[in-house]
Ligand binder design. Structure first.
Ligand code: HH2
Length: 250
């Protein structure tokens, strides 16, 4: 399984906001075995207000450019919902776009044509998504919605695509668990569950930074389900847990 290391260049991300040295952290994630570093300039935690695109660009572009200069061969992604930010990030050296809105910006697929992309499922906006958790069958509806977005992206020439059920995005903790329990077996699934709230609810840990063991349990579950790409904060620990798990599989 491949790992996408999380690098938030934000003052307010739920677990790792306000990093003093984002470039140094990005380099460390690569040294720890991340296959890709995902640079984001907007917190999308439940209830978060949107960030002005100009400010988002100001946060992510220098970090992407510095990582690209230091590691010409590394794979870098930009975590953004805005086509203007995506275009500037690609110009600065990003290889792919990770879009938590699944390509809601009407210009996004044009910007991403000819490139790999991550499409994540959510409903509404981070600020309001906690009010949109009414599903008949969360697993069926999420994957149907993702397949529909993937068809539009493919028709626009975007690909290969990684599809992500959006753990915690317009999902209750119970729905996040259900999506993980019933992950489909298909190629190119990405899961981002690292340090998220459903883990804290299970273990009674309010502080996201302490939720590492629960995050590793999810990582091993995803490995057993054949998930291709895992988006994590704790790259070194996840890599070590997966090494032992892989050896146990023979
Ligand atoms: N989760 C977050 C952000 N981006 N992208 C994908 N593809 N999948 C996810 O599950 C996902 C994501 C939220 O986590 P984080 O970046 O750690 O926090 P914040 O949004 O507060 O910056």
């Amino acid at each position: 399984m491949r790992l996408m290391g999380i690098l938030n260049v934000t003052p307010d991300s739920f677990s790792d906001g306000g990093l003093p040295d984002p470039v140094g952290r990005g380099l460390r994630l690569l040294d720890e075995g991340a296959d890709c570093v995902d640079v984001g300039g907007e917190s999308t935690r439940p209830g978060a207000d949107p960030v002005d695109p100009e400010e988002e660009r100001r946060r992510v572009l220098p970090v992407i450019a510095a990582l690209r200069a230091a590691r010409p061969m590394a794979t870098l992604s930009v975590d953004t919902r805005r086509a203007s930010v995506a275009a500037a990030a690609i110009e600065a050296g990003a290889d792919l776009v990770n879009d938590v809105s699944g390509g809601a910006d009407p210009d996004m697929f044009r910007v991403c044509a000819g490139r790999p992309m991550v499409l994540m499922h959510m409903r509404a906006e981070p600020r309001t998504m906690a009010d949109h958790t009414d599903y008949r069958d969360v697993v069926a509806e999420v994957w149907e919605a993702l397949d529909a977005r993937a068809a539009v992206a493919t028709a626009a020439g975007v690909g290969p695509l990684w599809l992500d059920p959006g753990i915690g995005f317009a999902k209750t903790p119970a729905q996040s668990l259900e999506l993980l329990r019933r992950l489909p077996r298909r190629p190119r699934i990405l899961v981002g569950a690292s340090r998220k709230r459903f883990i804290g609810e299970l273990t009674g840990q309010a502080d996201p930074a302490t939720r590492i063991e629960g995050s590793l349990a999810v990582a091993l579950h995803c490995a057993a389900r054949g998930v291709d790409l895992l988006r994590v904060h704790d790259v070194a620990a996840t890599r070590r847990a997966l090494q032992v798990w892989a050896a146990l599989q023979g």
